[in-house]
Design a protein around this ligand. Structure first.
Ligand code: UP5
Length: 192
């Protein structure tokens, strides 16, 4: 692989912390491509590709789909976007995800925005979302929280040890949480 240029921003945070909402804002205001890993997987399920059933079953259980599957899906979306500025929403979800993605693509995010939100608020948001997602039931939500704490938080800790984490108070209303992001993108345009 080659080391591509451009801005890469990773967005991590628990289920319902507001990642997708804010990534859509960032994309719209700053010309980034929003790579929603959850949406990409839901599109795979719909398309009925060879991995569709496996992905669907894993998402129903709140489990992390294998790195090689997710990386292929992401690489395709990156190529299709024809943009070198992108926000990666909701990936990597485990240290294994992260190491595999960096090894395969040579892409490391310039910085990572961490959406910090109390579990109670995340649960409230997901339960009031009502978009028919198969994983938006209380049982699966609890599993998603567990996976987040056990597997995804260590990724945030890893990036934090490299001084790359920008923490957002994601419990704030949408507009306020966005202004915090905006400031960091303007002030810290890490390009590499
Ligand atoms: N809302 C948003 N911001 C708000 C705010 N500031 N105040 C009040 N309300 C706010 O928001 C959730 C809801 O809250 C919405 O109704 C919104 O209007 C409101 P959203 O922006 O969707 O939050 P987000 O953090 O994106 O929540 P989501 O539930 O989508 O996050 P998950 O990380 O759980 O879901 P995702 O779709 O990324 O992944 C689903 C599954 O796919 C995973 O569980 C896993 O099984 C699989 N997956 C992988 O295996 N690997 C991957 O790399 C990615 C996904």
């Amino acid at each position: 692989g080659t080391v591509a240029t451009g801005s890469r921003i990773g967005v991590l945070g628990g289920p319902g912390s507001g990642k997708s909402t804010q990534c859509a804002n960032i994309a719209k205001h700053f010309g980034y491509t929003h790579l929603s890993t959850g949406d990409l997987l839901r599109a795979e399920v719909k398309s009925g590709s060879e991995n569709a059933t496996m992905i669907q079953n894993m998402m129903k259980e709140g489990e992390i789909v294998p790195s090689e599957v997710m990386i292929k899906v992401l690489q395709k979306a990156i190529q299709d976007s024809k943009n070198d500025k992108f926000v990666i929403d909701g990936f990597p979800r485990s240290e294994e995800n992260r190491a595999a993605f960096e090894a395969v693509t040579k892409i490391e995010p310039a910085f990572v925005t961490f959406f910090d939100c109390p579990e109670q608020e995340m649960e409230r948001r997901i339960l009031s979302r009502n978009q028919g997602r198969e994983d938006d039931n209380i049982e699966t939500i609890r599993k998603r929280f567990k996976v987040f704490l056990e597997s995804s938080l260590p990724v945030v800790e890893y990036y934090d040890s490299k001084g790359k984490v920008r923490k957002v108070d994601a419990a704030k209303p949408v507009e306020e949480a966005f202004r915090y992001n905006e400031m960091h993108i303007i002030v810290l345009p890490y390009l590499f």
